[in-house]
Design a protein around this ligand. Structure first.
Ligand SMILES: Cc1cc2nc3c(=O)[nH]c(=O)nc-3n(C[C@H](O)[C@H](O)[C@H](O)COP(=O)(O)OP(=O)(O)OC[C@H]3O[C@@H](n4cnc5c(N)ncnc54)[C@H](O)[C@@H]3O)c2cc1C
Length: 496
């Protein structure tokens, strides 16, 4: 039997893993983190994020707690509004079509503020998301989507701050160390078998927290569980999240849970690489579609681009694009909305065409039936309800009427040159199926009893997200359930 190496082993080094490690350390546990990636690629999907975190807040005072260095000018010029627990509950219920587990959602929502504040106390600095989540109205910024703060430096900043916090507290992180199997005496997990720099090793501990992501970077599992065609999706983030944590736990009798055929997937630059590129981060995404239209190769629209705010549709529209012939689409805009396009439309690594006439644009949209496209634009322009005022801050009800696929909000005629179009395909973010946990973060077996010494947090927890997802919830769920799992794992370690 190998020697015990730590009280708690945390598998992974993304946001959920760091929150678990910090919570376990806080309870007095000696913690070892295992990260499959080398240090320069470490941090999982968390590092690829914008660092935006969905949190309940009651108003300016709560924002000031989370962002103590808010300047007087920012306070004066910003309407932060509120994001109440009821709104978060409603958003989770609505976008998951009432499938999300009520106990998990309750923990997520009611612990969100305290958990984020705890992260701040550990060293994570936050700022308001002026660039992407607020529009200026009458000289003041107004936040519109319940998503108000982000980590300083985005995902890379978040991972750097969490890494520093862990190191300051004596938590060891072993890079290039991939967990392959759980050591289990039948009833209780006693450690992990790893491949570390090419060598196999067994590492013992009193408890193990799995926080090593979903199976989004595993093309074979994607095809097996999400369905045919998903092998063709681009992976937005880490290439290391291949479903190992889920596989290891199922192998010792853990219960699967959640939307195994579902995932978070967005519109993503058509020619992006197979996996995420840390130099580009999330900028391959193209999320200003609510202000334009989407066209497939048949020259037709196929989805209500303005069904809801971007935060509540972006995570399910990647799948819609994957389902189109050729697995791609063009986002089309005219000059009237150009100023609303997010920063990600300005990067160099982009498939973009521009034209001074709509006929010229039709010729430039590679792969698209030009005649059908021109007909679509004519019909579109004739049905936009231009009498309703356009307002990007609210669901303005300015839609179309009489089209096979209507748009519900933010419809504008496409008639002001120059015109621009951006080619997008599907980028998968993370998978929704995972492991069944209880309110202590313990992994349950197929009889719904806790597997001794095994805890889980982050993407590999099933039961929270179905069909769709409210933007900014991934980091918050990793934080809340990471903190819970780490605390429970430390207690289990002490009991032994
Ligand atoms: C481009 C992009 C942008 C996003 N933007 C946001 C956003 O702004 N806000 C938000 O809330 N969410 C966002 N998300 C979703 C968010 O990234 C995830 O929900 C969240 O980061 C998941 O955290 P995690 O700790 O569970 O997983 P990860 O951060 O992916 O961490 C998993 C870790 O496990 C490691 N690992 C995997 N297998 C093994 C193994 N066998 N052994 C050891 N280590 C292993 C990985 O290397 C990694 O370190 C975004 C995702 C992407 C890809």
């Amino acid at each position: 039997m190998p020697d015990q190496i730590a009280d708690v082993i945390v598998v992974g080094a993304g946001n959920a893993a760091f929150c678990a490690a910090l919570a376990a350390q806080e309870r007095g546990a000696k913690v070892l983190m295992l990260e499959a990636a080398p240090e320069d690629e470490a941090g999982g999907n968390s590092r690829f994020t914008a660092g935006s975190i969905r949190v309940v807040y009651k108003g300016m005072d709560d924002i000031k707690t989370l962002v103590p260095d808010l300047t007087p000018a920012e306070i004066e010029s910003t309407d932060f509004g509120t994001y109440t627990a009821d709104q978060f509950f409603d958003d989770m219920a609505r976008v998951t079509q009432h499938r999300a587990d009520p106990d998990l959602v309750e923990l997520l929502v009611t612990r969100s503020f305290d958990t984020l504040n705890w992260m701040r106390e550990k060293g994570v600095r936050l700022i308001p998301i002026y660039g992407r989540q607020a529009f200026k109205v009458g000289g003041r910024f107004k936040f519109w989507g319940g998503l108000t703060v982000e980590a300083v430096g985005g995902g890379p900043g978040l991972v750097a701050m969490l890494t520093a916090a862990a190191r300051q507290r004596g938590i060891e992180i072993r890079y290039r160390t991939r967990a392959l199997a759980l050591l289990c005496d039948g009833n209780r997990v006693e450690g992990v078998r790893v491949r570390s720099d090419g060598a196999m090793q067994e590492l013992r501990a009193n408890a193990v927290v799995l926080a090593c992501g979903g199976f989004e970077a595993n093309a074979e599992w994607r095809t097996r569980y999400l369905g045919p065609g998903w092998d063709l999706a681009k992976v937005r983030g880490s290439r290391f999240n291949t479903g190992d944590g889920i596989r290891m736990a199922l192998a010792i009798g853990a219960s699967p849970r959640g939307n195994w055929s579902g995932c978070h997937a967005v519109q993503w630059e058509m020619n992006a690489p197979e996996f995420g590129d840390l130099a580009v981060g999330d900028q391959f995404q193209k999320h200003s579609y609510p202000f334009g239209i989407l066209i497939n190769v048949t020259g037709q629209r196929f989805v209500d681009e303005g069904a809801d705010f971007r935060n509540y549709t972006y995570a399910k529209y990647g799948r819609v694009v994957l389902e189109q012939p050729g697995q791609f689409a063009w986002q089309v805009f005219d000059q009237k909305v150009k100023h609303l396009l997010r920063d990600e439309y300005k990067i160099r690594q982009i498939t973009k065409v521009a034209a001074n006439t709509i006929e010229e644009l039709a010729q430039k949209l590679e792969g698209v039936n030009a005649t059908a496209f021109l007909r679509t634009i004519r019909e579109w322009n004739a049905t936009v309800q231009t009498g309703v005022p356009f307002n990007p801050n609210v669901k303005d009800g300015r839609g179309t009427q009489g089209l096979a696929v209507n748009k519900s909000n933010w419809a504008n005629t496409i008639d002001a040159p120059p015109f621009e179009a951006y080619a997008v395909t599907c980028g998968v973010t993370f998978t929704f199926g995972g492991l069944r946990i209880n309110n202590d973060g313990a992994v349950l077996n197929t009889d719904y009893q806790p597997v001794g010494g095994l805890y889980a947090a982050g993407e590999l927890v099933g039961g929270l997200f179905y069909f769709n997802y409210p933007g900014g919830t991934g980091l918050m769920s990793g934080a809340v359930f990471g903190k819970i799992a780490g605390g429970s794992a430390a207690s289990a370690g002490v009991l032994r």
